[in-house]
Design a protein around this ligand. Structure first.
Ligand code: NDP
Length: 253
């Protein structure tokens, strides 16, 4: 378990699913965690409570990406919380996790849907990185959550996969820029991961999804959180600009 004592972290989309597991893991490793959410305040509070119950430190911060002033809202809440809980507005670890899927066949993609996917999944992460760097010390960590769908085809998720390709470009190109500051930035790509959505309650669907992984099961949020935790830890210092396959072997074909 990494020692993130005295470190601070922001995990976007930490009210549920993978983000929640990442927030809990980083807090367990000692970081003070900002648990970001969009609309689900109760769920975010549950994440904060779970962290506190386990002896960790966390606070919630709200911002709806894809709306005017989204990044300003996020950083207003973040800096306020950091000052209150960590004594200063300093961010050591950023995990760009929040994301939405498309789920429509190619014939049904509309310009509006495309714009929304880009705004939430690609534009927000880019400008969150830009702002985070103003309060991130040398040696910081940035992890962007991509998807296995940048490597395997799913026609119902063309626009979504395009945004995740963009996320990977943030990591690649910023990595060169941030090297002198010893800040690492990487992409982690989950495969099908049980985020508590109703489809994961349907045994036949789960069985079918499980077959895609080399390990014969769907991913658990903790499977991805552990990979993120490695990159966030001191052990991850020599990895930057990388694409980490956290799909449980789904990309092996
Ligand atoms: P969930 O759908 O379980 O949770 C999404 C999170 O993002 C929630 O915290 C939600 O907040 C937040 N969010 C949603 N819309 C917005 C918005 N407009 N602005 C700000 N925050 C928003 O996500 P998953 O755990 O399934 O996925 C997490 C990441 O992993 C995503 O980037 C996803 O693309 C990626 N991924 C997931 C896979 C999977 O199988 N689960 C597979 C591959 C990649 P709130 O609760 O307030 O709505």
């Amino acid at each position: 378990m990494a020692d993130l004592k005295d470190k601070t972290a922001l995990v976007t989309g930490a009210s549920r699913g993978i983000g929640k597991a990442v927030a809990e893991r980083l807090a367990r490793d000692g970081a003070t965690v900002a648990v970001h959410y969009s609309t689900n305040k109760d769920a975010a509070q549950e994440t904060v409570s779970a962290i506190q119950k386990a002896g960790g430190q966390a606070f919630s911060v709200q911002a709806e990406f894809g709306t005017p002033g989204d990044v300003d809202d996020l950083f207003a809440g973040l800096t306020d919380g950091l000052e209150r809980y960590a004594g200063q507005a300093r961010l050591d670890i950023l995990v760009n996790n929040a994301g939405i899927m498309g789920g429509v066949p190619p014939e049904k993609i509309t310009p509006e849907l495309f714009d929304r996917l880009v705004a939430v999944n690609a534009k927000a992460p880019l400008f969150i990185v830009q702002r985070a760097l103003e309060i991130m010390p040398d040696g910081g960590r940035i992890i962007n959550i991509s998807s296995g769908l940048t490597r395997v085809a799913n026609p119902d998720e063309i626009a979504y996969a395009m945004t995740k390709g963009a996320v990977e470009m943030i990591s690649l190109h910023y990595a060169r820029h941030l090297g002198p500051r010893k800040i690492t930035i990487n992409s982690v790509a989950p495969g099908l991961t049980d985020n508590g959505s109703p489809v994961f309650d349907v045994p036949e669907a789960v069985e079918q999804m499980a077959q895609l992984s080399a390990f014969g099961r769907v991913g658990r949020p903790e499977d991805v959180a552990d990979v993120v935790a490695f990159l966030a830890s001191p052990d991850g210092r020599w990895v930057t600009g990388a694409f980490l396959d956290a799909t449980g072997g789904t990309l092996l074909g």
